[in-house]
Design a binder for this molecule. Structure first.
Ligand code: PEP
Length: 248
């Protein structure tokens, strides 16, 4: 179901006391009830955070596509599901570039997550050079291709898409609201063409890439932008709250 979402990707930050402090601050945050808050802490904290009464949803930052077995250091979709973790970020550009995750690997993760009723937060986005060469739309289409051609309509409805231009992640650069809107519309149109307008209209598409309290309002006001996937600014409860309250 399409809804306004602000998701915080903590990446590999915060020791246990600092993470507890931040999660307690976030838990006190008063957010407009039509915004869903999602927190994606390092996986070691998922179980502890799950035990506290909370008004945000939990997301993993990654998952392995196999069901179980000899995959030292990995976490399966079934494990996430058994902890009531509702979401998992996959296809993040850091995992694509540093951990060599391909579109094939990422799609296997999508399938495993859907099988276990965990909704993928599927990241896509182009490199700076690809944008400069006018290939941004093609790159994102290619990243989305498996989802569009191999999923059934009722499966795509359980996916959240995060458009994250790689050159904007952690750099302080942001896509202009118009450029972000154009890409979000391209993504929504691609879903509509493959499935139906109704399904496309029901999918939340988030923007990610140096989204901050001072630019969130302009970005979130765009027609096809349903919120944000927030990195750096999600590590500060005031910034995170301010971003979450940036929908008009
Ligand atoms: C991210 O890594 O998903 C992200 C959007 O990071 P930042 O907000 O720090 O650019």
């Amino acid at each position: 179901m399409r809804r306004n979402i602000v998701a915080g990707n903590w990446k590999m930050n915060l020791n246990h006391p600092d993470s507890s402090r931040l999660i307690n601050e976030i838990n006190k945050i008063d957010v407009n009830s039509d915004v869903e808050l999602i927190v994606a802490p390092p996986s070691v904290y998922l179980s502890t955070f799950n035990e506290i009464q909370h008004h945000f949803s939990l997301s993993a930052q990654n998952v392995h596509f196999e069901e179980n077995g000899a995959f030292t250091g990995e976490v399966s979709a079934e494990m996430l599901s058994s902890l009531n973790v509702n979401y998992a970020i996959i296809g993040h550009s850091e995992r694509r570039s540093m951990f060599h995750e391909t579109d094939d690997i990422i799609f296997k993760k999508v399938k495993s997550l859907l099988k276990h009723d965990v909704s993928p937060i599927f990241c896509c986005g182009e490199l700076q050079q690809e944008r400069e060469e006018g290939r941004a739309f093609d790159v994102v289409s290619k990243q989305l291709n498996h989802l569009l051609t191999h999923l059934k309509e009722d499966q795509i409805r359980n996916i959240i898409i995060a458009y994250e231009p790689v050159w904007a992640i952690g750099t302080g650069l942001t896509a202009s609201p118009e450029d972000a809107q154009n890409m979000h519309k391209h993504i929504r149109d691609s879903i509509a063409n493959q499935f139906s307008l109704k399904t496309a209209e029901n999918i939340s598409i988030l923007y990610g890439g140096s989204c901050k309290p001072d630019n969130a309002k302009d970005i979130f006001s765009q027609e096809d932008i349903d919120g944000g996937l927030i990195g750096g600014a999600s590590l500060d409860s005031k910034s995170f709250l301010s971003i979450a309250n940036s929908f008009s």
